[in-house]
Design a protein around this ligand. Structure first.
Ligand code: FES
Ligand code: FES
Length: 184
């Protein structure tokens, strides 16, 4: 999710939701290869990866989970949002070795029905931001207490979209939330 996140250096920038930082692990030399056992979308995976490999690349190019997108590659746009142990992070900023033993969830784990409120409100055009938007939106929906302190637009601030103007995203999330949600 945008603005709430991260594990190690991957903590999401931008939105108030993304403030948690997981415990740091010691840095490794980039040329080292690291064995990583991780749960990805409920499947146990064992990999040997370079110490400097990004979680985003492991997901996309080793595991074929191409739903997670790369936008900026710098932790600014939220297109690469995944959950690590239930916390949204920017996968472009997280070294894969830092998720050893963790549970990673990607957009592929999300039921397609979650998309409907967003499609209904025109929240997606080119779609580049959409996986990250949906991951963040689902996290906000599952943590309604956040709406006591932040607006929907604030909570989604870590997910940038160059196409929609954000109205459809905010309206889609409002619809996904229970009736009585504050207007976006
Ligand atoms: S924040 Fe990761 S690609 Fe933009
Ligand atoms: S729909 Fe194109 S970047 Fe958001």
């Amino acid at each position: 999710m945008a603005g709430h996140k991260k594990r190690g250096s991957g903590t999401k920038r931008g939105s108030p939701a993304g403030k948690r930082r997981a415990g740091a692990r010691p840095a490794l030399a980039a040329q080292e290869t690291v064995s990583v056992a991780v749960d990805v979308n409920g499947v146990s995976v064992a990999l040997d990866v370079p110490a400097d490999e990004r979680l985003l690349d492991t997901l996309r190019y080793r595991l074929g989970l191409t739903g997670t997108k790369e936008g900026c590659g710098e932790g600014e746009c939220g297109a690469c949002t995944v959950y690590v142990d239930g916390v949204p992070v920017n996968a472009c900023l997280v070294p894969t070795y830092q998720v050893r033993g963790a549970a990673v969830r990607t957009i592929e784990s999300v039921d397609s029905g979650e998309l409907q409120p967003f499609l209904a409100h025109g929240a997606t055009q080119c779609g580049a931001c959409t996986p990250g938007v949906i991951m963040t939106a689902c996290w906000v929906r599952d943590h309604p207490e956040l709406l006591e302190r932040h607006s929907i637009r604030e909570l989604m601030a870590g997910n940038l979209c160059r196409c929609t103007g954000y109205d459809g995203i905010a309206e889609g999330l409002a619809t996904a939330l229970s009736p009585g949600t504050p207007s976006p």
